[in-house]
Design a binder for this molecule. Structure first.
Ligand code: ADP
Ligand code: MG
Length: 706
């Protein structure tokens, strides 16, 4: 938490100001990223032990973790023949029974440490009961008299440690830090605003739904007046997270500290947004429908209600005071491209140019073709700009060196420029840029996104995500954007059925694919790799499997597509596939995003366990785009339960939002965000998987304070 710039909190003092931290311990603590007193106070325990009552050793149960307390009655080191290793064994007695403990890597200090007569607390899981045995338990020396109230007779924290720093020492240091500095743990100050604790009662009247109220309420007695109970103060929460009275205190404290983190995060996000709105003036891009009308007439389908609703939100932004900063979410196949096209038309009608950036060349090509088909009849110029190709000699780009007189909107008809990231490299500066559309996979951080857009003079920005984003990430990672959701798929789509099978079933699966192709359909077959890797021969690769697939499905035509295929060849393959000159595309996940061929109705994915859930959902989104019933077959021999239950989620649901949340739950935010971004949002107590309610509360709370 930041404190006002002009007063430095005593908590910012180096950790060595805690009694007992000398040079050596400071060095050890630094390994755990603990440098200041505050870092130490916020060092989150990794688990807790209830040491108010110990289980008698006699009552230990097989494979059930427990803490017991006993004295060493025997100990010794045993060497193995023909090995440099030695095992250390120690026997503890608590009067009820004996407990054998073994360490398979004896350390030289062990015989002295586990001296006969010393008393220890022992935490672990018995792996046998006859005799009672634990391997590699965690132990803690009990020192008679000293600090009894910190280490025993209470619920004690066990913190993350590093070699040379015991649980007991860490606990003592944190205890001392609390004794000396607890009074300095103040409610966080955001500018001159009161703390979230003080605001908790307000949330009752806020426009938050009932279910989003503080979870903290659950375990706390509600005051008689029926209002929301107060949160613990930050200082209380810090003490409670280390030394709870009851185990239920831990979660209350965690949520309080997490709320502070989310408030800080929202404060940053919303300040940035406010600053932006204060400094950036919007270009008038509301449009006048003179292109939109004929466009919608010749489109060939009617926009869904969801698409129309979203377009109303967008039009308000485009004609508003502040440049649009909007995230367009919608499940695979919900028709985001048509919405992007309509948005582009608003800017074009208003005499501004538009840039559209796609994550891959294949996608840029596809957008280019779509937009050309749609816009050429309207007299709008569509230009292409990727690393490997430009649609016209100078790419149609007017490099604005500042000296040349800008063409007025009436001199030149406005154009849309479509490309990959290459579109936004140095030197690209499009005059009269009114709108930037970014079609992305969770790739850009907030700051990065702004630098892209700044190339122009605060154009409007529409970010489209390839897959739905879990709501927690929507509010944090994309928190500076307004969100529009297309929550409805166009009608007239065939259903997608998903099946999870083992490789044993492949001959049957291929027979099934033949049948579908014979009936006029097309298929994708996807492998995790382009080439076979020496390290893992079990993972199938397109280049190796291609021959087999071709044979299995002849006389139908199959082609290969992966990252190393030349861009011009990629284009040719895609064109042939679209024209049904090729019936089967054998590819890597390259085709994951956005490819749109409605006649393709079968998707076979081998080694499915090697893909993320969101990625598989994207791949599956390549089918089910026409009126035909579609089939997605996931092949996996992975036996472990985790892989199986992960893949089963896809069998069970087609709902991208559910899948995105399951993916976040299973893989954690790091996987989804990439290192850079999850690093930027380092949360000690907040949890981007679980804390939707707290994140919303923080957002509302901060919003009311601007
Ligand atoms: P995504 O949201 O995954 O990017 P697309 O924009 O590629 O989806 O749209 C998927 C398909 O649905 C395309 O073939 C598109 O032409 C079609 N489509 C979009 N909107 C509608 C609609 N309102 N009615 C019928 N088909 C539509
Ligand atoms: Mg798309």
């Amino acid at each position: 938490m930041s404190s006002p710039e002009n007063s430095v909190s005593p908590l910012a003092a180096p950790v060595s100001s805690v009694w007992g931290v000398g040079e050596e311990r400071a060095r050890l603590l630094a390994r755990l990223d603990i440098f200041t007193v505050e870092d130490l106070l916020l060092h989150k325990p990794r688990r807790y032990e209830d040491r108010r009552k110990f289980l008698p050793i006699r009552e230990l149960k097989l494979k059930e973790a427990a803490t017991v307390r006993g004295k060493v009655v025997a100990a010794g080191t045993q060497r193995f023949k023909k090995s440099t290793r030695a095992m250390f064994e120690c026997v503890f007695d608590d009067g009820s029974a004996l407990l054998h403990c073994r360490w398979w890597q004896a350390q030289p200090w062990m015989p002295d440490w586990y001296a006969v007569g010393r008393e220890f607390l022992i935490f672990g899981k018995p792996d046998s009961l006859k005799p009672r045995n634990m391997d590699h338990p965690e132990t803690e020396l009990v020192e008679p008299g000293d600090d009894e109230f910190i280490h025993v007779n209470r619920i004690v924290p066990v913190h993350p440690l590093t070699e040379g720093l015991t649980a007991r020492v860490m606990r003592s240091l944190i205890w001392r830090a609390l004794e000396k500095f607890e009074g300095e743990v103040l409610e966080p100050v955001l500018g001159t605003r009161p703390s979230p604790a003080a605001a908790t009662r307000l949330t009752r009247n806020a426009s938050i739904k009932e279910e989003d109220h503080l979870h903290l309420n659950l375990d706390m007695a509600a005051p008689d007046d029926g209002r929301a109970p107060l949160l613990p103060t930050r200082a209380n929460a810090v003490r409670m997270i280390h030394f709870p009275e009851e185990l239920t205190d831990v979660e209350i404290a965690r949520q309080r500290l997490a709320l502070d983190e989310f408030v800080e995060l929202q404060w940053q996000i919303q300040s940035r947004r406010k600053k932006f709105e204060a400094s950036a003036k919007a270009l008038p891009c509301g449009g006048d429908n003179h292109l939109m009308k004929p466009f919608l007439t010749q489109l060939g389908f009617k926009l869904t209600e969801a698409q129309t609703k979203v377009l109303r939100e967008i039009r308000t932004d485009m004609g508003g005071m502040h440049p649009m900063r909007r995230l367009l979410q919608g499940d695979v196949g919900s028709g985001k491209t048509a919405v992007a096209a309509c948005t582009a038309l608003m800017a074009l009608e208003s005499g501004f140019n538009v840039a559209l950036m796609a994550p891959t060349e294949i996608l840029a090509e596809q957008h280019f073709r779509n937009f050309e088909k749609w816009f050429a009849p309207l007299g709008v110029k569509v230009e292409m700009q990727t690393g490997s190709r430009k649609s016209s000699e100078n790419g149609g780009l007017k490099i604005d060196d500042g000296k040349r007189a800008r063409p007025s909107s009436l001199d030149l008809p406005s154009s849309i420029f479509i490309g990959t990231h290459a579109l936004f490299t140095a030197g690209f500066n499009l005059p009269k840029l009114g709108l930037v559309i970014v079609d992305e996979q969770h790739k850009f951080g907030v700051a990065q996104r702004e630098t892209l857009v700044r190339k122009g003079n605060y154009p409007h920005l529409l970010v489209m995500t390839a897959t739905p984003i879990p709501r927690t990430l929507g509010l944090t990672l994309y928190g500076d954007l307004d969100v529009s959701v297309i929550d409805e798929l166009p009608g007239g789509r065939g259903q997608i059925k998903t099946f999870l099978r083992t490789t044993e079933k492949l001959p049957k699966v291929f027979a099934f694919i033949r049948e579908k192709i014979a009936a006029g359909r097309q298929a994708y077959i996807v492998y995790p790799r382009a080439d076979v890797a020496d390290t893992d021969k079990d993972i199938k690769a397109v280049t190796k499997e291609f021959g087999n697939v071709k044979k299995a499905l002849s006389p139908f035509q199959a082609e290969l597509l992966h990252g190393r295929v030349k861009p011009s060849d990629k284009e040719a393959v895609m064109a042939d596939f679209r024209a049904n000159k090729i019936q089967v595309l054998v590819a890597t996940s390259l085709i994951e995003v956005g490819v749109d061929v409605p006649n393709a109705s079968v998707m076979l994915i081998e080694n499915a366990e090697h893909f993320g859930l969101a990625q598989l959902h994207q791949l599956r989104g390549r089918i089910g785009r026409g009126a035909h019933e579609s089939f997605c077959i996931l092949i996996s021999d992975a036996r472990h339960d985790e892989a199986q239950s992960r893949l089963k989620i896809l069998e069970e649901t087609n709902d991208g939002f559910k899948i995105a949340e399951a993916d976040l739950r299973l893989r954690g935010p790091g996987e989804l965000l990439g290192q850079q971004q999850s690093g930027a949002m380092r949360l000690r107590f907040g949890n981007l998987v679980e804390d939707l309610g707290l994140i919303r509360q923080a957002k509302e709370w901060v919003a009311k304070r601007f």
